[in-house]
Design a protein around this ligand. Sequence first.
Ligand code: CP
Length: 333
Amino acid sequence: MPTRLPRLPGAVRGRDFIETRDWTVPEIELLLETSDRLKRAFRAGRPTRYLPDKTVFLFFFDKSTRTRNSFEAGATQLGAHAHFIAAETSQAAHGESPRDMGIILSSYGHAIAIRHDLVPGEGNRYMREVAEHATVPVFNMQCDIDHPFQTLADLMTIREEFGRDLRGRRIAVTWAYAPSYAKPMSVPQGLITLLPRFGLDVALAHPPEWKLMDAPLAFAREQAQKHGTSFEVTGDMDEACRGADIVYAKSWGIESLFHKPEEALALSARYKSWICDERRMRLASKDAIYMHCLPADRNHEVTDAVIDGPQSRVFREAENRLHTCKAVMALTM
Ligand code: CP
């Protein structure tokens, strides 16, 4: 006899999750409450088979560790099946349209999740086009504009640390040097657009060339004003870290140079001093935490002493990706 599960609210059934700005604060609260509930159930070993016999397609134009595995494990734990598709082995590589893909995958399963994050101007447009023609929810596993599953897990992690009332708390979202590759702009953009809506003051820091896209910057300013929080931009990493409760230091690419990686890398080498180290964490508040979505370029973006130290929350942040992704699937599919 299967265990009877507590009912989940149906308020957001069928909804896409493409950018957090598409969801109201109460709707995001519902996602967070459900994430907490699913996390407790997972830890207690209680079943959460809310999606028996359902399929979510995971369509990847880029590599992944956390996103792919949290979706695959999460789907299994919900009783569903996550079906991995590498874009380069699909007909998308021959130019099959997002419209046709949305129609066809909708007829095979119950949700379509897409990662398309490395070409500014393309990924978000691609998934919105899929969503326009799909009859099932479309999830953004990271695009050029937002990484909503990441920032939802980040907000969950911040609330676990500081409580639900974040008013008066400050986060430094700061660029850091990384030699590995031009990381998408979607994480810092996702953070500045989500967190001012949930009580956090945001200080964004980057060298002049690493400006974020205009639309997320404008939305962050508007939301800070609407919610009585602050949003400031500085060219000084120390200034952003000073007094911060959260230091979120990570690299991202230059919007106009994603197709010229050598040029971007040469430019970024001028800013090797942009690293989150123990000195910078001492500038932050006494109880400050360090966050990073991962993967991190160790000893370039952040020193081992910080990322492995007592202030680091990166592994809890990564763990929470499982629970937030399950919450979105369970409530929408
Ligand atoms: N943070 C994150 O999205 O990790 P992956 O790129 O490994 O999925």
